[in-house]
Design a binder for this molecule. Structure first.
Ligand code: GTP
Ligand code: IMP
Ligand code: MG
Length: 334
């Protein structure tokens, strides 16, 4: 099994927090990727544990761990300037990160409005919904209007497409998950943008014919932050007992949890047309898997779970997460 690369879209299959950040970081290093574009906004936190440091990235693409990778913020993304500048500093990526001139800006008034009105949905309160509403009303401030961003501006679709034409390798880093999509998710308990693979391409400015692979990421169980339906939800005590009780990267809220849901997963496959799957947190379901790097070393039950996923979803599982570190991956493409 080998990724055809050059252009791969990484997308979440449930309600976000499937571990896309860690998977993107792994791919960037392993496949020596030339560029990575992040979509979405600061409501999405991508956790990357690399060389003993835990990063909760809200703007900088998770591929920053690979030092030769050019980093881009997509035109469809929404930028919080303070968060962007702080993360650029923390990750030391100045000189290899660019923001599309059309990315729109989250201002203080958007955060205030979100915090005052977002309770009904259980938003992250980061101002993303109100900022997108202003973009739709065609009154938004864009990255090109912000003095502090002048030195980072670029025509991101043009740069990505030129790279692809030269056979460069590009990752489009999706944020959140299929069922948080404004269009395909559990409306109204959704985020303010479409989150599926084709929407990620659209946000980045890559046409459908230039996509070689769609990597759909599922966690070994389902989590959801904020309000909205969650089939098979277990209570907090049970989640704690199973080791499934997670804390959200951005808000620190507890994530609700449920077992792996094949119906949702099938629908996610239909909507995203993956060529490959990644299953993260197998070590949480089966602790003996922690840190394992080859499929053969997995306990029988864990292997059966992966095979069941492949049989029911009819898509190969290419990557399996066995721990929070970037290197904790079973790579079945190898
Ligand atoms: P969103 O765009 O917000 O949806 O985020 P995300 O998909 O990047 O996921 P996030 O980093 O918010 O949450 C995933 C959590 O799982 C983080 O705490 C990761 O460190 C952790 N994680 C990822 N893969 C694995 C894995 O294979 N095993 C374990 N134990 N932890 C993992
Ligand atoms: P908003 O995107 O902040 O408006 O939040 C809308 C809904 O999406 C809430 O239920 C949030 O908890 C959820 N949400 C937004 N971003 C993320 C994410 O990155 N991971 C998981 N849930 C998210
Ligand atoms: Mg997250």
């Amino acid at each position: 099994m080998v990724f055809s690369m050059p252009c791969i879209v990484v997308v979440g299959g449930f309600f976000g927090d499937e571990g896309k950040g860690k998977i993107v970081a792994y791919l960037a290093l392993r496949d020596e990727v030339d560029a990575c574009a992040r979509t979405g906004s600061v409501n999405a936190g991508h956790t990357v544990v690399w060389r003993g440091v835990k990063y909760g990235l809200r703007m900088v693409p998770s591929a920053f761990v690979y030092e030769n990778c050019r980093l881009y913020i997509a035109p469809g993304a929404n930028v919080n300037v303070d968060v962007f500048l702080k993360e650029v500093d923390e990750t030391n990526v100045k000189g290899r990160i660019w923001v599309d001139k059309y990315s729109s800006i989250i201002e203080a008034k958007h955060v205030e409005l979100d915090q005052a009105t977002g309770g009904r949905i259980g938003t992250t309160g980061q101002g993303v919904g109100p900022a997108i509403a202003d973009r739709v009303r065609r009154v938004a401030k864009l990255a090109e209007d912000v003095e502090e961003l002048k030195e980072y501006l670029a025509d991101v679709p043009l740069e990505l497409n030129k790279l692809l034409d030269r056979k460069g390798k590009v990752i489009l880093e999706g944020t959140q998950g299929t069922f948080l999509s404004l269009i395909h998710g559990t409306y109204p308990y959704v985020t303010s943008r479409d989150t599926i693979a084709s929407a990620i391409c659209s946000e980045a400015g890559i046409g459908p014919k230039k996509i070689d692979d769609v990597l759909l990421v599922f966690k070994a169980y389902v989590t959801r932050v904020g309000k909205g339906p969650l089939e098979g939800e277990i209570d907090r005590e049970e989640a704690l007992r199973r080791g499934w009780l997670e804390k959200a990267t951005v808000t620190g809220r507890e994530r609700r949890a449920a077992p792996f849901n094949f119906n949702l997963a099938s629908k996610a496959v239909m909507l995203n047309t993956p060529t490959q799957l990644a299953i993260t947190k197998l070590d949480v379901l089966y602790p003996e898997c922690a840190g394992v790097r080859s499929f053969g070393e997995l306990p029988l039950e864990a292997k059966q779970f992966i095979r069941e996923i492949e049989e029911k979803l009819k898509v190969p599982v290419a990557l399996i997460g066995t721990g929070p570190n970037v290197e904790d991956v079973i790579d079945r493409r190898l």
